[in-house]
Design a protein around this ligand. Structure first.
Ligand code: ADP
Ligand code: MG
Length: 906
């Protein structure tokens, strides 16, 4: 269908839809059956099997498989039929790979669910009512509303357009926004790029507004046909993951070196070369922390899920870490620190406070309602599915739109001035849109008399007043004078001091054709009419959140386009501001060289009357002063600041797609407290990653120490290859993951932010890992020695140590194996806090308790079930031997508790 050759009315008829009510629910269902969802088919996913195979691509695992192969060959060559070793190695590796795939899938699923949560939405007219729905639910024939900052959700023919420009570079490659015109009809051969009366899915509306009827959805759209994916989420590594990879390499190489030493040491001591080879390789597999990056990824994705439950959607994984390091949060005032439920509190003419239904008030309200884009829908019309043509005022109505404007339209409606009726009497000819940099908005309407037009401008007083040359006093119009200016400014200050947001209204009548005039000439020579003061109470939870930030060493900074006094009043109430010297305005910022700003930036807590461009300077200045900055934003021109910030936070409710795309995190409830909750999570995740690393590395060191010492002193190897693999790939992995979901410590928001780039091993963690590793190693070795000294074959045991090597140390090995695995399970609980375990409640991490029970059970089964015992080369233990094993395994708790008491660390 060549939609661009039709007029919009023809297109509407063709699609069987009504421009003023949209589709009915029944029709939507029917169309969805025919056309399907408005989504692009995703890229083919890797199959489960190929992901399973990918788990084996790790270098050390490959070595292990080769070793298993050699062991198999050796058995065959020696004419033996015992293949348990290679089989068990392959089984353990497979089990590990399955665990890996499961975890990976889970992490992926949770991220996928998240991307659905932050999927784009569209404004649509259905059954006579305007609502916001996920873009995926659009069908051909839907009437959609297009607004600056949002993506075009589907291919559509324009019905109306105001100053509409769309950036279609992702579709056509054309880098400049193209201007669109609903009224045009175009010849058949017009190229996609030149179809001015159409908008295409994935286009970004850079300016203006419009309505359109959807002509194609999903794979039928132009982008769909090119079958290009807009959302290709390349997995990115976070800085922490990169650092860990580096650390992992160093640890890996040292572990490898130690294993080589152990191998030669063993061979020197005349151990069977092949056994020594298997032990060394297993040890290397065990000791090299190749599981770390995977565990960190899982933890990050689980954390991301928890944050989503608290309304913070992470778009870029590294943000999770950066959050824990945040030292400054720059927050918008309106809607983030305040409730964004604006209500008109006062109306002021130059003569003073007006009652709501005074003549002056009615004019101010009429004009500000006309010059607003909030929409008023009557419920009665919605129920009947028809346009309200009745003259009776719609008593039952709903107002939707930007809160400032909703408040104005609401206040007007309260005195019987209904926007939908006003709009009919005064249709709009032109609009110069509001944006936070201009701080004003203008509309043009034809005068009822037929000759000339009415221009209405509303905006911030300090922007508007210089554009007024006259002033309306009662019925008269006078020239603007210094006296009036002083009086009006005084009125403005008095409202601002009481935390009211002020909008001034001015107008003029012109006889020239407004379409031909420049924006500047339309917005000058105005007649000043009056001001409206609006209340927007602070969010109750914001005060608490600011307090938490103060304790957590995080500075809260307010950024707003509002007047300095309005901002200060609210900031003081929230506990952000302590004195007027902490306030700075956009004008003062402009006059300050960047170096000076960097020096003094820490002094300021409120940035008032700023434009979005100032935000970038503020972010850069804070960063220059060494701070890690989180910054909120919602508008198109906030995107650069969101990108520049360490953590860009876009608003989920009021934010534009542009802002969301530039952001690292989306606040689904636009709430300041959500940022603070996310910071808490971020710190918790960092802590938990440290706990897992602590656990895994101290366990690995324990194993190396145990075998190394034994071989150094001429003892037989206390642990066999399959046993090592079992412990590392099976019983160690569950507790490590369970530690990752430890609830954040209660005092986590009373500590300083994590210094960015700080080593994971700072604060003595490295030393603790080494010492605790030695402790585990010593305990396993002790179990081994007790086993061979008291329980294993008597014969050579009465002689000196070197001769022990000839013993067949089955019971010793079994005990060492059990102690190694069980002591690590107990030791996992030690990671949970720098304070005594009993202070945080030993069983408060249910997942860790469960992991403990499962792994302890498996460990006991492996030793006690004869078939398994044979495979793992262990023997059943007597009650006494179990008792010794148990006592040795619990010791880490006692020893570490003692250390926490005697030498507490931070
Ligand atoms: P904020 O940081 O509070 O969101 P804005 O940039 O939205 O600040 O608004 C700055 C000023 O612009 C306000 O103080 C108000 O005077 C004016 N203003 C806000 N919204 C509108 C609007 N829709 N139309 C006209 N003026 C507006
Ligand atoms: Mg705003």
């Amino acid at each position: 269908m060549n939609w661009h050759t039709l007029t919009s009315n023809e297109a509407l008829r063709e699609l069987d839809t009504a421009p003023d009510t949209g589709l009915s629910a029944a029709s939507v269902t029917a169309r969805e059956k025919t056309w399907g969802k408005n989504v692009l088919e995703a890229k083919k996913k890797r199959s489960l099997f190929s992901r399973f195979l990918a788990q084996f691509s790790d270098f050390m695992i490959l070595i292990l498989i080769i070793a298993a192969g050699i062991s198999f060959l050796a058995s065959v060559l020696n004419g033996q039929t015992d293949f348990t070793d290679p089989i068990i190695i392959l089984a353990i590796i497979s089990l590990n790979a399955i665990l890996g795939v499961l975890q990976e899938t889970k992490a992926e699923k949770s991220l996928e669910a998240l991307s659905k949560l932050s999927a784009p939405s569209a404004q649509v007219l259905r059954d006579g009512a305007r609502s916001v729905i996920p873009s995926r639910n659009l069908v051909p024939g839907d009437i959609i509303f297009l607004e600056a900052g949002h993506y075009v959700p589907a291919d559509a023919r324009l019905i109306s357009s105001i100053d509409l420009c769309v950036d279609e570079s992702s579709l056509t490659g054309e880098s400049h926004p193209v201007s669109k015109e609903a009224a045009a009809t175009l010849p058949e051969g017009t190229q996609t790029a030149d179809r001015r009366n159409m908008v295409y899915s994935s286009g970004l509306i850079s300016r203006g507004r419009g309505t359109a009827v959807v002509t194609a959805t999903g794979m039928n759209t132009e982008v769909g046909q090119i079958a290009r994916l807009i959302l290709t989420d390349e997995p990115v590594q976070t800085p922490l993951q990169k650092r860990l990879e580096g650390t992992g390499k160093i640890l890996g190489i040292s572990a490898l070196a130690i294993c080589v030493v152990i191998f030669f040491l063993g061979v020197l001591r005349q151990r069977p070369v092949f056994d020594m080879f298997m032990t060394s390789v297993s040890l290397a597999v065990a000791a090299i922390p190749e599981g770390l990056p995977a565990i960190v990824t899982i933890m990050l994705s689980l954390g991301v899920q928890r944050m989503a439950r608290k309304h913070a959607i992470i778009r870029k994984l590294p943000a999770v870490e950066t959050l824990g390091s945040a030292t400054v949060i720059c927050s918008d005032k309106t809607g983030t620190l305040t409730q964004n439920k604006m209500t008109v509190a006062e109306i002021l003419s130059p003569q003073g406070l007006e009652s709501a239904d005074s003549r002056a008030s009615r004019q101010i309200l009429t004009y500000s309602s006309l010059c607003s884009n909030a929409a008023m829908t009557s419920h009665a019309a919605r129920r009947r599915g028809i346009r309200s043509r009745s003259q009776t005022p719609p008593a039952d109505y709903e107002i939707t739109g930007e809160p400032t404007e909703t408040a104005l339209v609401e206040a007007a409606a309260g005195t019987g001035l209904y926007k939908n009726e006003l709009d009919k009497a005064w249709p709009r000819l032109r609009e110069i849109v509001f944006d936070s940099a201009r701080k004003r908005m203008t509309t043009v309407h034809p005068l009822p008399s037929g000759n000339g037009q009415l221009v209405i401008t509303k905006g911030a007083l300090d922007v508007l007043l210089p554009r007024c040359t006259r002033i309306r006093i009662g019925e008269k119009i006078a020239a603007m004078s210094e006296l009036y200016i002083t009086r009006i400014n005084r009125q403005n200050l008095s409202m601002a001091k009481r935390a009211l947001r002020v909008i001034a209204v001015a107008y003029k009548e012109i006889t020239e054709n407004a379409a031909a005039l420049t924006e500047d000439s339309l917005e000058s020579g105005l007649i000043y009419l009056g001001m409206i003061g609006m209340m927007d109470p602070p969010r109750p939870e914001a005060k608490e959140a600011v307090l938490v930030c103060n304790q957590a060493g995080i500075r809260t900074v307010m950024i707003t386009g509002d007047h300095a006094l309005t901002a200060s009043a609210i900031a003081s109430e929230l506990g952000i501001l302590s004195g007027p010297e902490e306030v700075i305005t956009g004008k003062e910022l402009d006059g300050m060289p960047f170096e000076k700003l960097c020096e003094s930036i820490r002094r300021y807590r409120v940035f008032a009357r700023v434009s979005p461009e100032h935000k970038v300077r503020i972010v850069k200045a804070f960063q220059n002063a060494g701070e890690v900055v989180a910054m909120t934003g919602d508008g198109v021109n906030d995107a650069p600041a969101l990108k520049a910030a360490d953590i860009g936070c876009a608003m989920g409710l009021s934010g534009t797609d542009v802002a969301k795309n530039a952001a690292d995190m989306i606040l689904m409830d636009d709430n300041f407290a959500t940022i603070v909750a996310a910071v808490r999570e971020g710190r918790g995740i960092y802590d938990n990653i440290r706990k897992s690393i602590h656990f895994l590395l101290s366990s690995n060191i324990g194993e190396i120490m145990c075998i190394f010492t034994a071989i150094l002193f001429g003892l037989p190897s206390p642990l066999l290859a399959v046993q090592l693999l079992w412990v590392n790939l099976v019983t160690d992995s569950l507790p490590a993951i369970a530690l990752g979901v430890d609830p954040p410590a209660k005092d986590i928001m009373e500590k300083k932010p994590i210094a960015p780039g700080r080593s994971m091993f700072s604060d003595g963690l490295g030393i603790r890992i080494a010492l605790e590793g030695m402790m585990i190693g010593a305990l396993a070795l002790l179990a081994f020695i007790i086993g061979i000294r008291f329980f294993d074959l008597p014969g050579p045991l009465s002689q000196s140590l070197p001769e022990l090597s000839s013993a067949s140390p089955e019971i010793g090995r079994t005990m060492a194996f059990a102690v190694l695995s069980l002591s690590q399970l107990f030791h996992a609980f030690n990671m949970r806090s720098a304070h005594s375990l009993f202070r945080i409640g030993p069983f408060s991490n249910k997942k860790l308790c469960l992991a403990f029970l499962i792994c302890a059970f498996l460990q006991i089964v492996v030793i006690s079930v004869p078939v398994l015992a044979e495979i793992f080369r262990v023997v059943p233990l007597s009650p006494v031997q179990w008792l010794i094993t148990f006592v040795l395994s619990v010791l880490p708790i006692g020893i570490v508790e003692l250390q926490k008491k005697l030498a507490p660390s931070s």
